[in-house]
Design a protein around this ligand. Structure first.
Ligand code: PLP
Length: 473
């Protein structure tokens, strides 16, 4: 979540004040503005920077901030740009809900990362400062990543470390994989519903999307066969374990069938293994990668979910020419992930902090999942929960047919609650209204308060609908 909205809000308030001020007039200091707007110094500084970028104020180091003269450049006209750019590839509405969304005051009833208190923050501070002092942190690593880290990451996948490409998080891995494995203009198949970031990655790689419905056992293999025939797609994007948003696990039978289909059609499977370290009940199935000797499966893992969203480390594991192409084309992007971050990741994964952290995480996630399930059942009777996830951090709930989830998510946002509008998880029209909930970010008290506010939003929408129906009759 970001402070951007709050600082822009303050910038707008200051702007109306500046409109009636004299050129050269001094603005109150940061501390005074912090008190007035009940905002941090960083938020005030961001608001002032916004005004300065717009040419409305002038900052003089050591003296303060002053109202700028009115002799400004003409109002910008960017209309020519849309014509020059052509149609947008990436769906901006979907993109706006990933990454830094909401403010620190929002209750994260739907959020893709863990709450700070669930992260090994103190250990990361210690490991981070040690890493910063190491010589290795300040030397370039090979493009594919530090050999030590590649070795550690390969182990879980029983992979050759040479087939591991270190990337900065799962999202970058998805973009690299989509871009390298499929030709621009060709089709990638995703299970439906699916992770919005994967839809964005396909769009940014210039790919068309075809979706295949999934149920509690993962992607519907009968329909996948049909889609492969129809679209001639050579790439299938799947989350076999604890899928975001449904929590579904691909059944053992379907795992075999999916691998057979990929082999029969000469297709790649991008296995988004983001929840590898987020099991709650029982054990997560092994990566699909371990059952495929012929290089059809390309796995993507991330540490930003179990370790820290700010630790932008992930990996793409791919065999054969696909792996070679992935590693070669990444050189064109950024040469390598910051060596210091790789050093931190390697130290974390090889220290005894890691198993201890995962053990605690499992217990904490189980508690929060159960609280969220119970609270939804008691507070939101119209929400039909699909299944109890055995791992991951998300829950998927269906709402009555008349529910407008766009409106619900917007009203919840205005009421200080983040909840996932189900529409963003579908490539095409959603088959019903859905909301995504998450149990990794909100505390017990926040879950209770967030669902209470959401219940009010749902009640208000239902009564508006009832009134409209009565008027029509
Ligand atoms: C299913 C899935 N895959 C990949 C990612 C990418 O995460 P990151 O880039 O932070 O590793 C996310 C994040 O929300 C996700 O939910």
């Amino acid at each position: 979540m970001s402070n951007d909205n709050r600082s822009s809000e303050i910038a707008a308030l200051l702007q109306s004040r500046i409109a009636t001020a004299m050129t050269g007039e001094k603005l109150p200091g940061v501390r005074e503005l912090s008190r007035e707007f009940r905002a941090s110094a960083a938020t005030i500084s961001a608001a002032l920077a916004e005004l300065s970028a717009a040419g409305l104020v002038r900052a003089e180091p050591g003296r303060g901030t002053f109202v700028a003269g009115r002799e400004r450049l003409p109002e910008p006209d960017f209309s020519w740009q849309s014509q020059a750019l052509g149609p947008a590839r990436v769906d901006a509405d979907r993109a706006a809900r990933l990454g830094g969304y909401g403010t620190p005051e929002h209750i994260p009833l739907s959020w893709g990362y863990l709450a700070p208190e669930l992260l090994p923050t103190e250990d990361l501070h210690r490991i981070g400062s040690r890493a910063a002092k190491s010589a290795r942190a300040w030397l370039m690593t090979p493009t594919a990543g530090s050999p030590e880290l590649r070795r550690v990451l390969a182990a879980e996948y029983r992979a050759d470390p040479n087939d591991v490409l270190v990337v900065s998080g799962g999202q970058q891995g998805l973009v690299f994989a989509m871009r390298t494995l499929a030709e621009p203009g060709s089709t990638v198949i995703t299970e439906s519903p699916s992770y919005p970031g994967a839809i964005l990655a396909a769009q940014s790689a210039g790919l068309a999307l075809a979706s295949v419905p999934a149920d509690g056992d993962g992607i519907r293999v009968d329909l996948l066969a049909d889609a492969l025939e129809r679209t001639r797609a050579r790439v299938i994007y799947l989350q076999p374990s604890y899928a975001n948003p449904t929590g579904a696990v691909l059944s053992a039978e379907r795992r075999t069938q999916v691998l057979e289909l990929a082999a029969g059609h000469g297709a790649f499977i991008i296995e988004d293994d983001w929840a590898r370290y987020l099991s709650i009940d029982g054990k997560i199935p092994p990566p699909l990668f371990t059952e495929d000797p012929h290089g059809h499966v390309v796995s993507i893992l991330t540490l930003s979910k179990p370790a820290s969203p700010g630790l932008r480390i992930g990996a793409v594991i791919a065999r054969g020419p696909a792996g070679e192409r992935l590693r070669a084309s990444r050189t064109a992007d950024d040469l390598c992930v910051a060596p210091m971050v790789q050093e931190i990741a390697c130290s974390l994964l090889t220290s005894n902090v890691w198993p201890r952290h995962l053990k605690r995480l499992r217990t904490e996630l189980a508690t929060r999942r159960d609280i969220l399930l119970t609270t939804i059942r008691t507070t939101l009777p119209s929400a039909r929960l699909q299944a109890t996830p055995q791992g991951g951090i998300h829950l998927w709930a269906q709402l009555p047919h008349s529910t407008d989830t766009r409106e619900v998510a917007a009203s919840a946002y205005a009421a200080g609650v983040l909840v996932g509008d189900g529409r963003h998880f579908f490539v095409d029209e959603p088959p019903a209204p859905f909301l995504r909930f998450s149990y990794g970010a909100a505390t017990h008290a926040q879950i209770i308060e967030g669902t209470r506010r959401l219940a009010e939003v749902l009640r208000a929408q239902a009564s508006v609908l009832r009134a409209a129906n009565t008027t029509v009759r």
